[in-house]
Write a protein that binds this ligand. Structure first.
Ligand SMILES: [Fe+2]
Length: 194
């Protein structure tokens, strides 16, 4: 079934009951709500679909709260088990990596897995998926500038061999959406401006 906003809320509610720390739940709501604003501003047909994807992008984190290293793969398989369409389940994979490159991630190059390598490379990101990439890089528990979020990631995850690459590609993605919108993306969120 296609992921609906109601289903995404239901999955997130269930996840919330199973975790000790609801940080990723609050983060996911922030990502979804921010994504819906961007989708609407771009004139996409279904801003609530963007919201739903944001709500579930980190759903794999509730399956192994103490070690989230594999939350992308766990989340993908979990959504499939819940009967969600594969295209929608992909959000659990794509959100972590820019441009289908598993090495383009904050916090070092992750361990290889077919879903992260061959399959992700073959997967063509749609606009909704790119928006979630963008929002994951603009949200902790509230919307912020990407620059601020990247510093948060640097402080928490450290500097790794792929850090420069990841920052450059993140900023390129933001620039792409500035152009698509015809104005600075941050204009949609005046309160986050420094
Ligand atoms: Fe996230």
């Amino acid at each position: 079934m296609r992921l609906t906003l109601d289903k995404a809320k239901e999955l997130l509610e269930h996840a919330k009951k199973t975790v000790e720390n609801d940080g990723f739940i609050r983060h996911s709501i922030c990502v979804g709500d921010t994504a819906a604003v961007i989708a609407k501003a771009l004139g996409l047909e279904d801003p609530d679909y963007a919201r739903a994807l944001g709500y579930v992008h980190d759903i794999g984190k509730h399956l192994n709260e103490k070690d989230v290293e594999w939350h992308d793969v766990l989340g993908f398989n979990y959504l499939l088990e819940q009967g969600i369409d594969e295209q929608d389940a992909w959000i659990c994979m794509t959100h972590s990596y820019i441009n289908g490159d598993y090495t383009c991630e904050a916090g070092g190059i992750p361990k290889k897995h077919p879903l992260r390598c061959e399959k992700l490379r073959e997967h063509h990101y749609n606009t909704y998926e790119e928006i979630i990439n963008l929002c994951d890089l603009m949200c902790l528990f509230e919307t912020m500038t990407m620059e601020k979020r990247l510093i948060d990631l640097l402080v928490r995850k450290g500097v790794h061999e792929n850090t420069h690459y990841h920052i450059v590609e993140s900023l390129k993605l933001k620039e792409k959406y500035d152009k698509m919108l015809g104005h600075n993306l941050y204009d949609l969120f005046p309160h986050i401006k420094i």
